[in-house]
Design a binder for this molecule. Structure first.
Ligand code: AMP
Length: 214
């Protein structure tokens, strides 16, 4: 099961990916997470990409492609993987084809207003990274992390205006990639305006129909 996940920020891609990743034992590979980790560790790669990531600019293709090539050659990718945040340019999509075969590109969609409602209720723990939602996954004590007791905060990225701006940027960036996979007959469109369990069940059903998931 070699999948590419595509969808706007806040659509829940990370949640769906981690559900599938746990259930089928395949890694969830987010290039954004890899870069953030490398920056936090202060590695050579981290130093190279720091400025781009902090400014929200695309990291140059050659660097990203090499990172993905190396990651996909790890033994845990043999049974499949979920790529999240890659490819982001046509060149990355073309290079990915040289590295491996993709079974499907999953496009998660929901109206912008639904996304705004979702992320505006999101609270995160600045200390341990746990994620909550005021409506769907509230902490036991309002505003306090269940895991470590820290004060929860709302991410700057989750403010409605920022979400709108990131959505526009997403459309500009990903439209050519979406068309790339659509032309190849690899695109699967999923309605992500439902509960996460339903979204994932729908995706599993389609993957089974297509013989990608046994
Ligand atoms: P994300 O968490 O996917 O939003 O990624 C965070 C940041 O990492 C982006 O704003 C880019 O600076 C960088 N990044 C992640 N994936 C890619 C990619 N495929 N191509 C170029 N830059 C990327």
């Amino acid at each position: 099961m070699r999948l590419v996940f595509i969808g706007p920020p806040g659509i829940g891609k990370g949640t769906y990916a981690s559900m599938l990743s746990k259930k089928y034992g395949i890694p969830h590979i987010s290039t954004g997470d890899i870069f953030r980790e490398e920056i936090a560790k202060g590695t050579e790669l981290g130093k190279k990409v720091k400025e781009y990531v902090e400014k929200g600019l695309l990291v140059p293709d050659d660097i990203v492609i090499e990172v993905v090539r190396r990651r996909l050659s790890q033994p845990d990718c043999r049974r499949g993987f979920i790529l999240d945040g890659f490819p982001r340019t046509l060149r990355q999509a073309e290079e990915l084809e040289k590295i491996t075969t993709i079974d499907a590109a999953i496009l998660f969609e929901a109206p912008l207003e639904v996304i705004i409602e979702r992320v505006s209720g999101r609270l995160v723990c600045p200390k341990c990274g746990a994620v909550y939602h005021i409506k769907w996954r509230p902490p036991k004590t309002p505003g306090i992390c269940d895991v470590c007791g820290s004060q929860l905060v709302r991410r700057k990225d989750d403010e409605p205006e920022v979400v709108r701006r990131r959505y526009e940027l997403y459309l500009q960036t990903f439209t050519p990639i979406i068309e790339f996979y659509r032309r190849k007959g690899l695109l699967i469109e999923i309605d992500a305006s439902r509960e996460a369990e339903e979204v994932v069940a729908d995706l599993e059903h389609i993957l089974k129909q297509r013989g990608i998931l046994k």
